[in-house]
Design a binder for this molecule. Structure first.
Ligand code: 3ON
Ligand code: FE
Length: 493
C-alpha cells in the first residue's frame, strides 16, 4: 500500500469560501412550524427544549455590520416532544433593534467595529452602547434570559419568545450593569447543602478592573454577590468554576481609548494583544465566609483565551482546560469579515493548565492541536473531574478553517472520534444532553445546528454521544437557514 498522499488532496480544501459565506446571510423572517423533514429518528427519550442565540442580522436594511459579534440577537427554540420537534425563532426586541428597524438604518456603533454611517464625525465621542443580547440564552429560575456580556440580560417568554424586558434580579443589578454571557451551572453547591446553583460574573473595565461574582439559587434569586478589584484592563469573555473557586484568564492585552473617542475605531478594535506579556490567572474563592477570601494571581503564557471547557480541583491543584489562540484574531477596519483568510489566523487549540496553589506555579500541556472551538461536557461534571468532552472542530487536522466537524475526546484513554459535515456543512456549538436516568458520563446525545450550504438551510443534528461512529442518528432539516450562532442551552423542564 502506498503511503503517498496525492497532492490534490493536500491542496484541496474541505469547503469553498462561497459555501461558508452563505451562513452569514441575515434571517429576517419569523417561523413557527413542526419539523417534518427528518432523516433518521428523533429519540423519543429526548424531551425538552434547545435554545440557541446568535446574530440573526448581518445588516440593517442593507447596511452591513462590520463583524458578526455586532449582530442583533435572534433566538431559536427547538422543542422536542414524543419524537417530534417544533421550531420557532424571534429577535430579541432590544431598544437598539427596535430603533434601527424603525429607522431602517444603523443608529449605533458596535463593540466589534460597526460604525454609524457618515465617517468619524458621525461617531466622534459616541460612547453609547447597544445591548444586542446576542451571545447566549439560558433558562433558569423559571426565566428565559438572553445574555450579552457588556450589559444586563433580556427576559423572554419561553414559549412565544416575546421580549418581556430587561432583567435586574430584584434590583440586584443596576441599569446597564453587566451580567456575562457565560454563566456556569454548579450541579451541587457545597454552600447550599448540595443544591444546584448558577454562578456568573461581570467585568467593569478600567485602569483597574472590577470583577463581580453572582450566585443564583434554583428560584433565580441572587444569593451571593461579591466584587473584587484586579490591576489592569481586562477582556474576559468566559470563566470556570470549581466547588471552591472562580477562575479567570486575564488575557495579555492593552486598551487605547483614543481612537474610540475620536470616532475612528470601535472599542474592540482598540484592544491590542501583547504576545510577550504573560496571562494572569485570577483565582477568586467562592465562599467569602471561610476566611479563604484572598484573591490569588498566577502567571503563565497562554496566548488569547475566549473559552474554557472545565476546571476541577485535585488536592492543592486546580486543573483547567481551555482553548488558546496564539494571538487575538483581528478584523481589519476597512475589510469584510466574509473575506477572512483562515490560513493567516492561528488555530484554537486545547490546553490543560495545572495551577499549584501552594507554590503558585502553573504547568501546561497541549491536549489537542486540531483547531477547535465551542466545547460541551455533561452538565453533571461541571467543576468536577471529567472524562469526555465534545467540541466543534475543523475537518482538517491542521491549520485554521471554519468548523465543520464535531470531535469527541476521551481524556482518560486519549481516544478521539470525529464526525464531519464537510464539504457543505458548517458546525455550530454542540450541546450534550444526558439520557434521562443515566449516570454514565457519555450516555446521551450531542445536539448541534449545522448550516448546509448545498441547500442553504440549517439542520439540527443529533449524534449518539456514546458513539459518533454511527453517524447522525437524526438530521432535522429546517425550512430555512439560521445564521452562524454563538451559544445556547438545553432545558428538560
Ligand atoms: O473587556 C472590556 C469589557 C467588555 C465587557 C471591553 C469590551 C468593550 C471589549 C467589553 C465587551 C465585550 C463584548 C461585548 C464581547 C462580546 C463577545 C461576543 C459577542 C462573542 C464572542 C465570541 C467568541 C468566539 C471565540 C467565537 C467563535 C466563533 C466561531 C469559531 C465560529 O463562528
Ligand atoms: Fe462565548
Amino acid at each position: 500500500q502506498s503511503l503517498e498522499i496525492p497532492e490534490k488532496a493536500i491542496l484541496e480544501k474541505s469547503y469553498t469560501p462561497e459555501d461558508w459565506q452563505g451562513g452569514y446571510k441575515s434571517l429576517t423572517q419569523k417561523f413557527d412550524y413542526w419539523i417534518d423533514d427528518v432523516e433518521g429518528q428523533i429519540p423519543p427519550e429526548l424531551q425538552g427544549t434547545l435554545f440557541r442565540n446568535g446574530p440573526g442580522l448581518l445588516d440593517v436594511n442593507g447596511q452591513r455590520i462590520h463583524h458578526p459579534f455586532d449582530g442583533d440577537g435572534m433566538i431559536s427554540r427547538i422543542c422536542f416532544v414524543n419524537g417530534r420537534a417544533h421550531f420557532r425563532n424571534r429577535f430579541v426586541h432590544t431598544e437598539g433593534y427596535l430603533a434601527e428597524q424603525k429607522a431602517k438604518k444603523i443608529l449605533y456603533r458596535g463593540v466589534f467595529g460597526t460604525q454609524k454611517p457618515g465617517g468619524w464625525l458621525a461617531n466622534l465621542f459616541d460612547f453609547s452602547i447597544k445591548n444586542i443580547a446576542n451571545t447566549n440564552v439560558i433558562y433558569w429560575g423559571g426565566k428565559l434570559l438572553a445574555l450579552w456580556e457588556a450589559a444586563e440580560p433580556h427576559r423572554l417568554d419561553p414559549y412565544t419568545l416575546g421580549t418581556l424586558g430587561k432583567e435586574y434580579f430584584n434590583d440586584v443589578l443596576s441599569a446597564g450593569e453587566a451580567f456575562s454571557a457565560h454563566p456556569r451551572f454548579d450541579p451541587s453547591c457545597a454552600q447550599d447543602g448540595g443544591a444546584p446553583c448558577l454562578v456568573n460574573f461581570s467585568i467593569k473595565p478600567g485602569l483597574s478592573t472590577k470583577i463581580t461574582i453572582f450566585e443564583l439559587n434554583l428560584a433565580g434569586e441572587v444569593i451571593r454577590k461579591h466584587a473584587h478589584s484586579v490591576p489592569g484592563f481586562c477582556f474576559i469573555h468566559d470563566f470556570v468554576i470549581t466547588p471552591n473557586y472562580c477562575i479567570f484568564f486575564q488575557n495579555p492585552v492593552t486598551f487605547n481609548p483614543i481612537p474610540l473617542a475620536l470616532g475612528i475605531r470601535a472599542a474592540g478594535e482598540c484592544i491590542k494583544f501583547q504576545p510577550n506579556q504573560p496571562t494572569r490567572i485570577i483565582v477568586i474563592p467562592r465562599n467569602s465566609q471561610t476566611g479563604q477570601t484572598k484573591v490569588k494571581i498566577l502567571e503563565t503564557q497562554s496566548g488569547f483565551v475566549f473559552h474554557h471547557i472545565n476546571a476541577f480541583e485535585v488536592e492543592q491543584k486546580i486543573l483547567i482546560d481551555s482553548i488558546c489562540y496564539e494571538s487575538l484574531p483581528e478584523v481589519e477596519p476597512e475589510s469584510d469579515f466574509r473575506q477572512v483568510d483562515f490560513e493567516a489566523q492561528s488555530p484554537g487549540q486545547l490546553w490543560r493548565f495545572t495551577l499549584n496553589l501552594q507554590d503558585e506555579t502553573v504547568g501546561k500541556e497541549l491536549i489537542e492541536s486540531r483547531c477547535c472551538e465551542f466545547p460541551a461536557i455533561n452538565p453533571a461534571n461541571v467543576g468536577r473531574s471529567y472524562r469526555y468532552l465534545y467540541i466543534g472542530a475543523t475537518h482538517q487536522e491542521t491549520g485554521n478553517a471554519p468548523l465543520q466537524a464535531l470531535l469527541k475526546i476521551d481524556l482518560e484513554s486519549g481516544k478521539r472520534q470525529l464526525w464531519s459535515a464537510a464539504p457543505h456543512g458548517f458546525m455550530g456549538e454542540p450541546i450534550f444532553v444526558p439520557r434521562p436516568g443515566s449516570t454514565k458520563e457519555d450516555d446521551g446525545w450531542v445536539l448541534a445546528l449545522v448550516y448546509d450550504a448545498a441547500h442553504h438551510r440549517s439542520d439540527v443534528v443529533i449524534l449518539d454521544a456514546n458513539d459518533f461512529g454511527k453517524g447522525a442518528i437524526a438530521r432535522l432539516h429546517l425550512q430555512h437557514h439560521i445564521p452562524y450562532g454563538l451559544h445556547g442551552s438545553f432545558t428538560s423542564e
